[in-house]
Design a protein around this ligand. Structure first.
Ligand SMILES: NC(=O)c1ccc[n+]([C@@H]2O[C@H](COP(=O)([O-])OP(=O)(O)OC[C@H]3O[C@@H](n4cnc5c(N)ncnc54)[C@H](OP(=O)(O)O)[C@@H]3O)[C@@H](O)[C@H]2O)c1
Length: 272
């Protein structure tokens, strides 16, 4: 789908580089089709050496001739970047922003022309192609633009197309989610350590339990509560563990965690 497209990555930081490396690795674009920008030349020197792609600190140069512009800067840098490139955009160029909190309406308002804009919210497991990306379309984006954006993020994991009103919740649940699960894994592993397991074994057991449980939910399509019931033998050990978990308020804590992260996601741009 992108075999003839030129891709400009504005802000080749952690997420920008993840997308560059995945697109190249999946051979959906060649190194000649990609150009990346960053603030600092040292970063670009490393990126150019590692991926053999074009690099420049000049965003306007980078977007010249690009079919797709992936905007991967922090939310607080986005206004400056949009103001910089706005007057140089060709009407058919597709902008895909991964910036948390930044709406397609905000981006459209900063552009001189009615370019198609897509908002995407990936997460860090994209690094190992196990990511999750929520995607929503701006007011000038057609189905084919959504498909092109989806194709990009399909290279780094699963994708879901959503109405933009849900994107802050995607940020709070799915983009921040891995951090919450790392704490769960760490804590389960501590439980294993407390009961005598070597830490490395405990961490592996905890992580694989989380991976296995997540795969069961995704692959069987069963409700998590039903899957939990299958593990929970009457008068067995799991029900005793579940009682502790309920007493500790894990459920309500996690619900409040996602709500808080979502609220913060909505406020990121305004607070910076
Ligand atoms: N990391 C995540 O888990 C994640 C998940 C979903 C979405 N996102 C979104 O992805 C975006 C980037 O996050 P990140 O974690 O990748 O941050 P990051 O590593 O700090 O990357 C940001 C990059 O933008 C570059 N940059 C800053 N100002 C620029 C400008 N004016 N022109 C061109 N490049 C510029 C920086 O260059 P230098 O390196 O030279 O300073 C840096 O490479 C954010 O908007 C975030 O909301 C991140």
């Amino acid at each position: 789908m992108l075999s003839k497209s030129k891709v400009a990555v504005i802000g080749a930081g952690k997420m920008g580089e993840t997308l560059i490396s995945s697109l190249l690795e999946a051979e959906v674009v060649s190194n000649k089709q990609v150009v990346a920008t960053a603030m600092h030349q040292e970063r670009l020197d490393r990126i150019a050496q590692q991926y053999d792609i074009g690099t420049t600190t000049d965003n306007v140069d980078a977007i010249a001739g690009a079919d797709i512009i992936l905007v991967c800067v922090k939310p607080q840098a986005i206004t400056a970047v949009l103001d910089e490139i706005s007057g140089h955009l060709q009407p058919e160029q597709l902008l895909v922003s991964v910036a948390a909190s930044v709406t397609t309406g905000f981006i459209e308002k900063h552009l001189a022309s009615p370019n198609p804009v897509i908002r995407a919210m990936p997460n860090t497991p994209c690094l190992i192609r196990k990511g999750m990306t929520g995607i929503s379309a701006g007011s000038h984006a057609a189905e084919e633009h959504v498909q092109r954006a989806q194709f990009i993020f399909d290279q780094v994991g699963r994708t879901v197309i959503l109405d933009e009103k849900h994107m802050d919740a995607v940020t709070g649940l799915s983009a921040s989610g891995p951090a919450f699960i790392y704490v769960v894994i760490e804590s389960m592993a501590e439980g294993g350590v407390k009961t005598g397991l070597p830490r490395s074994v405990a961490t592996e057991l905890a992580a694989q339990a989380v991976l296995g449980a997540a795969s069961m939910v995704l692959e069987t399509g069963e409700h998590p509560a039903l899957l939990k019931d299958v593990v929970t033998t009457p008068a067995g050990c799991t029900i005793d563990g579940l009682m502790e978990l309920e007493e500790g308020g894990l459920r309500v804590t996690l619900i409040k965690t996602i709500v808080k992260a979502t609220e913060r996601a909505a406020a990121l741009l305004g607070n910076n």
